[in-house]
Design a protein. Structure first.
Length: 100
């Protein structure tokens, strides 16, 4: 299984609880806008990265759909008053859930 992710690296002084809540609010609004019920939001304090993750299906069209969704999230962030140092998209492999 794979996830498509959009990652925003924040400055260390922009990782206060209020800052992170503002990011989560904008990312959640963007996820709702694209109707991505399977979109997961994350904040990795160790590397000051906040973002969103969307599961990818096995087909090429799934990558295109995820790219469009992540592009919409990017536009929502750019139209907000949030600031970031770096932005990148990634595809990450994840382990499948254990089947009992």
């Amino acid at each position: 299984m794979r996830d498509a992710k959009i990652n925003f690296e924040l400055a260390a002084d922009q990782c206060t609880p209020n800052d992170i809540q503002a990011w989560m609010d904008v990312l959640e609004d963007a996820a709702n806008w694209i109707d991505a019920s399977d979109c997961s939001l994350f904040f990795d304090q160790a590397v000051s990265v906040v973002g969103a993750s969307i599961p990818l299906g096995p087909d090429e069209i799934d990558v295109l759909e995820a790219g469009a969704a992540l592009g919409t999230i990017k536009l929502e962030v750019l139209s907000s008053d949030l600031h970031f140092q770096n932005l990148w998209l990634s595809i990450q492999e994840r382990e499948a859930p254990n089947q009992a």
